[in-house]
Design a protein around this ligand. Structure first.
Ligand code: GLP
Length: 223
């Protein structure tokens, strides 16, 4: 698969923000699937600055930690702070994975599916919180986070012991049903896993490698 290499983080952020802008302007009723982590922060800033009309847009977040959602590290807090509270999206139009998971999945299907899904990638090849070994047939569920992910994400918490050990994530099959997928990755430390995932064997040991089986995926990288 082609990895589109961009000049820097700014260009990565603006390239993906432009894709989201085009999607929303062409289809105001778009259903988006959104990521968290440090990589999409610049893209969210760019999107906010575009002052788009979000009133008909519906979003589904990829994953959430199992933790107190009022804490600043929760993905619910992250999304409100970095995007939702800075746009005119209706609070009942954005969704985080919820129980029963079948109802969350039905909500996605009921809205005719996800038009555009933006993904990041973990250093162990995870997408959303689908850790190595996740079934390609997986759907929304509770997962245990790997040691590597807990270590990587500890930079957002007071200490490694403060990082939740479990999360709820959309499954790989759920993600693959999106009509269009963009994977964004930033930094040297992501280059190796990106190459393995996009051009190596398609295997459940590298969850992101499933994207090789999708017809409409674009991958953007900056160092
Ligand atoms: C977390 C998220 C993923 C994200 C990954 C990479 O584990 N659950 O959705 O892609 O981190 O994050 P970062 O962009 O901070 O490297």
């Amino acid at each position: 698969m082609k990895i589109n290499v961009l000049k820097n983080y700014k260009e990565l952020s603006s390239t993906v923000a432009d894709i989201v802008e085009t999607q929303i302007k062409k289809h105001p009723l778009s259903k988006l699937c959104l990521p968290t982590g440090s990589t999409p922060l610049g893209m969210y800033d760019e999107l906010v600055n575009k002052k788009l009309d979000w009133k008909s847009v519906i979003t589904f977040n990829l994953d959430v930690y199992l933790m107190n959602i009022t804490r600043p590290q929760s993905y619910q807090s992250y999304m409100r702070k970095n995007l939702f509270d800075r746009t005119n999206i209706y609070p009942d139009h954005y969704h985080f994975p919820f129980r029963p998971f079948s109802a969350f999945e039905d909500k996605i299907k009921g809205s005719k599916g996800i038009d555009l899904c933006i993904l990041g990638i973990g250093t162990n090849g995870h997408i959303a919180f689908n850790e190595p070994g996740s079934s390609f047939k997986s759907r929304t569920r509770v997962v245990n986070l790997s040691e590597q992910t807990i270590k990587d994400n500890s930079r957002f918490f007071d200490s490694v012991d403060d990082v939740p050990t479990q999360a709820i994530t959309m499954g790989l099959e759920t993600i693959m049903e999106s009509k269009k997928i963009i994977l964004m990755a930033n930094g040297d430390h992501k280059l190796n896993i990106l190459n393995v995932a996009m051009n190596g064997e398609v295997t459940e040991d590298v969850p992101a490698s499933i994207l090789q089986n999708h017809k409409n995926v674009k991958v953007y990288y900056s160092d």
